[in-house]
Design a protein around this ligand. Structure first.
Ligand code: ADP
Ligand code: ZN
Ligand code: ZN
Length: 656
């Protein structure tokens, strides 16, 4: 096994007979910096995971493999090999760093900053040492330019910049903009990119280039937050509210929160950017812990789109579409504009049902309906979105034998089909997790939209992120209501962010952009705020609610999840976990400040034949919760060893 030595000379915590000798020192990698180890130690203690489970996944995969060091061809280990390969390739004549802004050839791609943007850059650059700036800018307000200029200033001072984004594959525009601005003579030497879509070798290379200081900008997804950078001078977290920053297994860390911690620890400014900040960050700004910078207008001097509610309560919909939306689509298409139909449900139909007895298609391994999908072959099949399992579509109802099985409801595939019939001349593209599964297909589809080869774009939230569609005039939102009444207390926040983001795709380059949202609840506060593009209004409403219910950001939470063959086992484990503090009250010094809720089954109890339950832990005080969890996780470890239950503990859970 490959391990990392974090200290020597201390007596080990485990009995001597359990200790293993170090067989071989892999000195390929220079010692990790002290600051890196501090961050690892913090993450380990904050997220309640053993240090080893924190440090190893933070290293690029090749450095974790024994074979990489001991293989026959191995001479000096993976890094030495990589270096040799790179020396051969390098075209030694690296030019000076150039900002395209200072050149004239590309001045059209580097716009003159407006007043608000200049003020924002100045405010960021004025920070001495650590400080967090919450950059709130409506969609299209030019946050990217602010990031780029702030980054430029840091680079000019000899610093490195860490630039975090939720998803790189979906936003190639950002990567190419960064490449244009921050690469030496186009060789890309200044910029390193890191995300899970890269090969292990590429990941190692990016990681090393940032670690060695050769790359001056590191653009990456959440995993990039732990890359050591010797001259770190600025951290940018774009779309800071995005759920992708939260890792959902292993070390369940929030890359945004770690970024803020790291900025503080290394004395470096952190910029959190969003059109719809998380309520946690917003609350920090209200309290004065973060400074707020606002970009209230679109950079292109184009007004924000008009958002219209289409009240569907007493309306006959045509295959899910209101007459108003169809008419507006017709109009836009005639004017040669593009239309985006947003529906957050992939597949053909959410469920297949029997018209005579009411049977609905269900997964045999999960407590969930199966979704009807059209495969590439054109045939339908049933897919479970929880376990990924497939089943054939039955010829007849398994319960009553009737052959009249009907799809119920509509997903992206069916919407695409309906639109193809309704608008036979329009070129339609669908962008969702299914149509973009193959590597490179998302880029290709987006390129088609950008180049005007697409008239109607049907998409899930994948289309909402970051894209600057020049010719998109209308956005039609179909099933927003289904997200309105989710169980999770963060559902309205997520819905609002998503709708703001997708609305922001309309009319970015030209006046007259319109968003039409079909709803049975036109008076919902979420929609009201959306109509006015009023984030502060929404945040005020949502924060009031959170405060009165004692929910985050006014409380701190942890979630214990247990899974077993039977629900009863999971519940029993959680019940025992709940009793631990009583049994050992002397060790739980902060117990009185902790609220332990009743164990409850998950909404989808069974997934892939495993049944799951959870227990929520809450406190008004973060330190009290931390102290409680430190003891609790130790006791859970002992408890977990006895039973047949797997469990995980998540600090600051994002979804409950
Ligand atoms: P955001 O990330 O805030 O949604 P972007 O950074 O994508 O917005 O900018 C939106 C559009 O405005 C982009 O096409 C960008 O090139 C353009 N833009 C940014 N700043 C300016 C400016 N100062 N003048 C003109 N156009 C600008
Ligand atoms: Zn039936
Ligand atoms: Zn399933």
């Amino acid at each position: 096994m490959v391990g990392l030595v974090v200290s020597v000379g201390e007596p080990p915590l485990v009995p001597a007979e359990q200790c293993r000798d170090v067989v071989m020192v892999l000195d390929d990698l220079p010692p990790m910096p002290e600051s890196w180890l501090r961050m690892m130690r913090f993450a380990s203690s904050y997220y309640q995971r053993p240090l080893g489970e924190v440090v190893m996944p933070a290293l690029p995969p090749p450095l974790r493999k024994v074979a990489a060091y001991t293989g026959k061809r191995a001479s000096g280990g993976p890094i030495a090999r990589l270096e040799r390969r790179r020396k051969k390739q390098s075209n030694a004549h690296a030019k000076e760093i150039e900002c395209a802004c200072s050149g004239s050839s590309e001045s059209d791609t580097c716009p003159q900053l407006n007043h608000d943007q200049i003020a924002a850059v100045e405010q960021i650059s004025a920070i001495q040492g650590h400080g967090v700036v919450l950059l709130r800018g409506v969609t299209g307000s030019g946050k990217t330019e602010v990031y780029l200029h702030a980054a430029r200033k840091a680079l000019d001072e000899g610093k490195q910049v860490l630039f975090l984004v939720p998803e790189i594959n979906l936003t190639p525009q950002l990567e190419s903009a960064l490449r244009r601005r921050f690469s030496r003579g186009g060789s890309g030497a200044e910029l390193a990119v890191l995300h899970s879509g890269l090969s292990d070798g590429e990941r190692l290379e990016s990681w090393l280039r940032a670690y060695s200081g050769e790359a001056r900008v590191l653009l990456g997804t959440r995993m990039a937050v732990t890359v050591p950078m010797p001259d770190l001078g600025l951290i940018i977290v774009d779309e800071e509210h995005d759920a992708s920053y939260k890792q959902q297994d292993g070390l369940r860390y929030s890359a945004r929160d770690l970024a803020v911690w790291r900025g503080h620890d290394e004395g470096v400014p952190v910029v959190l950017g969003s059109a719809t900040p998380s309520l946690e960050s917003w609350n920090h700004a209200l309290q004065g812990r973060y400074s707020e910078v606002v970009l209230n207008r679109r950079a292109r001097e184009v007004a924000l789109p008009v958002v219209r509610m289409v009240d569907t309560r007493r309306m006959r919909l045509e295959q899910g579409f209101s007459p108003q939306v169809l008419e507006a689509m017709e109009e836009r298409l005639q004017q040669g504009e593009q239309v985006l139909v947003f529906i957050n449900r992939r597949g053909y139909a959410p469920v297949l049902s029997c018209t005579s007895c009411g049977w609905v298609s269900q997964c045999s391994r999960c407590t969930a309906y199966t979704v009807l999908h059209r495969a590439r072959t054109g045939l339908h099949r049933l897919q479970c979105h929880h376990c990924g399992g497939y089943a054939r579509v039955p010829r007849a109802c398994p319960d009553c034998g009737d052959q009249d099985l009907k799809p119920m409801g509509r997903g992206t595939q069916r919407i695409e089909e309906i639109l193809a019939e309704r608008f036979p001349d329009a070129r339609i593209a669908r962008i969702d997790a299914d149509s973009t599964r193959i590597k490179g297909s998302a880029e290709r589809l987006f390129a088609q939209v950008h180049s005007g080869e697409v008239d109607i774009l049907v998409g899930t939230q994948m289309v909402a992120k970051g894209h600057d569609f020049a010719n998109l005039g209308l956005v039609a939102v179909l099933n927003a209501d289904s997200m309105l009444f989710a169980h999770d207390f963060r559902a309205p926040e997520r819905l609002f962010a998503q709708l703001m983001q997708v609305s922001g795709r309309a009319g970015r380059h030209k006046e007259g952009g319109v968003v039409m949202l079909q709803t049975d609840y036109p008076d919902q506060p979420v929609y009201r705020a959306l109509q006015k593009h009023d984030y502060p209004g929404f945040a005020r409403y949502a924060l009031d609610e959170r405060r009165s219910l004692g929910l985050p950001p006014f409380a701190y939470q942890a979630l214990l999840m247990a899974e077993g063959r039977e629900l009863a086992q999971a519940l029993e484990f959680l019940q025992a976990a709940r009793g631990l503090p009583e049994q050992n009250s002397a060790a739980y010094t902060t117990h009185e400040h902790i609220m332990l809720y009743d164990p409850v089954p998950l909404r989808v109890v069974r997934v892939a034949n495993v049944e799951r339950a959870q227990l929520l832990v809450e406190s008004q005080s973060r330190p009290a919760l931390q102290r409680f969890l430190a003891q609790w996780s130790e006791d859970l470890f002992t408890l977990g060893r006895e039973g047949r239950v797997r469990y995980s503990l998540e600090v600051d859970p994002f979804e409950i």
